[in-house]
Every structure is written in C-alpha cells, then in structure tokens.
Design a protein around this ligand. Sequence first.
Ligand code: AMP
Ligand code: MG
Length: 487
Amino acid sequence: MFEKKIGWEFDNTYSKLSKNMFSKLSPVPVKEPNLVLFNHALSKELGLNFSEIDDKELALIFSGNKLPEGSETFAQAYAGHQFGHFTILGDGRALTMGEHVSKNKKRYDIQFKGSGITPYSRNADGRAALGPMLREYIISEAMHSLKIASTRSLALVSTGEEVIRETNLDGAILTRVASSHIRVGTFQYALISEDKEDLKKLFNYTVERHYPHIKKRENSALELLKIVLEKQIDLVCDWMRVGFVHGVMNTDNMTVSGETIDYGPCAFMDKYDPKTVFSSIDHYGRYAYCNQPLVAKWNLERFAETLLPLINENNKKAVKIATDVLNEFPKKYKISWLKMMRNKLGIVNESNQDEELIIELLKWMHQNQADYTNTFCYLMGELKQQSKIYNNKEFTSWKKKWENRVKEKNNSVEKSLSIMLKTNPRIIPRNYLVEETINDVVEKKDFVKIKDFLKVLQNPYSNLYYLAKYQSLPPANTKKYVTFCGT
Ligand code: AMP
Ligand code: MG
C-alpha cells in the first residue's frame, strides 16, 4: 500500500458542515497526466514522503486520476463581490482532495485546481491551462519565501488534454495547499442560505479551525472580525512592502486565515507608481497597488455584514459595534504601514517626521520612474548594477536626510542595515522573467530556467544565489505588462 509510505493523514471536517455548503464529487479523469513540477520542500513540511513514488505515480495522484485512501473530494460553495457586484460562485474548477493533518497537528486543505466541471462551473470548462498554473506555482512559492502568508503549490501536472481559450492550450492541474479555503465569500454564501443555522455552523467551524482561543470570548463574532481585520492589515502591508499587486481582490478571493489566495492577474511592480494595475479587466484601477488597503477595508465591511446576526440580536446595535471596529482600520493600517516603511529604511525609533521622509522618497521614485525593489537595494548597498538615477540631486539630498535620520539617538548603522536586509527583498519574481520562464516550459518543454528561477526565489533576502540578472529591469522595449483572470 503506497499510501502508508507517503504518510497522508486525512481528517476531513469541512464536509461535516451543512450540505448546502459544498458538493461531493470526483475529479474528472484526465487523458495523459504528466508531472511538470513537484515541491519536495513543501511535501517534507507536510510530513509526506514521496521518495519511493515515481513521477508517473505522482502524476496519477496529482491529476486526481488515482486518489489516495482517505481522500474525499468536494467542491466548496461560496459567493462574492466581484468588482463590487454580488454573485453566487463556488469552486468552478477546484476540488478539495482532503484535509491533511501534519505531525505538528497543522491542518491543510489539499486542493486540485483545474480538475473538471463542478455544480459551480457555470458555463466554463472546469479546467486550467499550463501557463497560468505555472504562474501560480512560481508566484505563490515566491510569496512564501518572501515571508508573506500565502497558499502554496505542491504539484503541477499536465493533463494531455487541450483547453480552449483564445487558442488551444495545454491543460494542467495545480495542487494547492492552504490552511483552509474559507473566504469572506463563504460567509456571504452562508448568510443567504435558506437554512439559518448554516452561518452559525460556519462561524463555529471557522473559529474552531483557525482561532480556537476566541471561542470562549464574550463576543466571539466580534473577535473574529477584529482578528481578520488585523490579519488583512498585516497581509496588505506585506504586499505593499514588496510591490505586489493582487489584481482581483474580490471578496471570494479574501481568506479568513489571512493567506494570499488566487494568483490570477497578480504581478510585481517594477517602476514605482501607486496607480499600478496589471489586470486586463481592471479598467478603473479598483485593485491598483495604492487601492489595496481601501479594498481590504471594503471587503472587511462585507465580512462584518455577514457577522452582524452573531454579533448582536439587535441589528442596530450590531451595526454600531461592528462599525466601531471597522472605523479603526485606517488608523491601524497607517501604524502598520509606517512601521513597515520604517523597517524598509532601517529606522529603528519613531519620529513624527518619518512619514514626510517616506513620502518624499516615494514621490521621488514616482517622478523618476525608479524601480521600487532596486531603490531599497541601492540604499542597502546591494545593487550590483549601478544606475545613474541615484546620482540625481534630489535623491542625494534626500539620502543625506535619511542617513542622518538613521543615526539619530546613537543608533548603529549595522543595526539598521540588518533590519533592512530582512525587510527588502533583493529578488522578486520580475514579470518579464516569469514570462520567459513560463514560455520555455510551455513552448519548448525546457525546464532549465524554471528550475533555476524557483531556486533563486527561495532566497529572496540572501545573496546566496545572487545573480545580477534577476535584479535586472525589463529590457527598455518591453511592452506594458498585462495579466488575465481565470485563465
Ligand atoms: P477567479 O477569478 O479565479 O477568482 O474565479 C472566479 C470564479 O470563476 C470561481 O468561482 C472559479 O471557480 C470560476 N472559474 C474560473 N475559471 C473557471 C473555469 N475554467 N471553469 C470553471 N470555473 C471557473
Ligand atoms: Mg477565486
């Protein structure tokens, strides 16, 4: 029995919720599964051992063609505000294979993405194409190494079948690992369920699974709102720190665990521009870089709406209590953002003038089209390819002010540098490199670049694998980078 050797410990609890919340079904088998990528480091973290399993067998497992013992596949129901409009959704092309509990008792959803149609597929095909799944694999793993809460990628299998998009593309299934797939949209779905118990059950389940310490609190629904608010502030600050633009912050793409989910149109900003948008459909910049905290708050308001009946029986009172918590968001976000920016600049103590100093730098970066990541690398003395832009008068005068600020109150420059080195990545997955890498795999079945890239992205803060090319900016003639949803 190979399952024994692998070490799966399935304990499926989500499917004990009301039947309205999910649909049990099997993955649609695929014609010719082939292993494209496998994440050995993650499998080790999960306490799984695939060392005696060959690639053929791995492809069978991670295509869903051969499910391990104990797996019970199901698609989750959820709703969501997409670009502000409420819609009933659900896993249209994903199936949870099971909840695996690792040796240290951490629970993980193991989920196939691209596994065939489900009752929630609407008119779509339930499948995914190889290119976008490679993209999710690369970026989700890069985010994890950047120390940003994220779903992970365990395996990628090509299906031997074509998916029809604008052209015919190779199909693929990604195995995603998440601490759960409970979204703001899952609560929105439970709220409108005909069975009034569904919301309460989902709430209890979520608290038990993610935040058991609030179970006994006087108003645990309000506590959940507060925790998710804090988690989202931390998450968005982390995105802002590395120049990450999620691109599709619909409420169905916001987890209550605080993990980044749904790597569709996301991308990393090169030149600093607060209005950066990559998504082809985000015409009004709703999900632009600078709007991410505002959208997080908007989404949290939608989350709060679902919790109102649990916060207080009296709706008016519940609204008042929840609003008080939500009104804290701007202040709390600002504090976290300033702390994060101070860390980026190695400022160890607080002063009221710091915000001005930070804004001055950001403005300079914007006006001079400076690269966001590399500007901080330059300040750390870690930019190997020098750019003339940093000899610019305004920059040198800002830099003097910053150097003086860092040394205030006898702070040592070494201490500042050590904070900066932990906060500012040297390497991010640059869009043009991501594209080149994916292209090599999809078009030429050439895995040299992707293997290298994934290795480099594992150590974004160290210069262990330092290669100047990964810090290089896109070639001057590169077109504006455009990304797509649900491909
Ligand atoms: P996303 O943009 O990935 O957040 O997806 C939004 C919704 O569309 C989710 O309910 C997805 O499951 C669904 N979806 C996206 N692509 C497909 C597809 N190819 N087939 C079925 N459902 C899909
Ligand atoms: Mg989604």
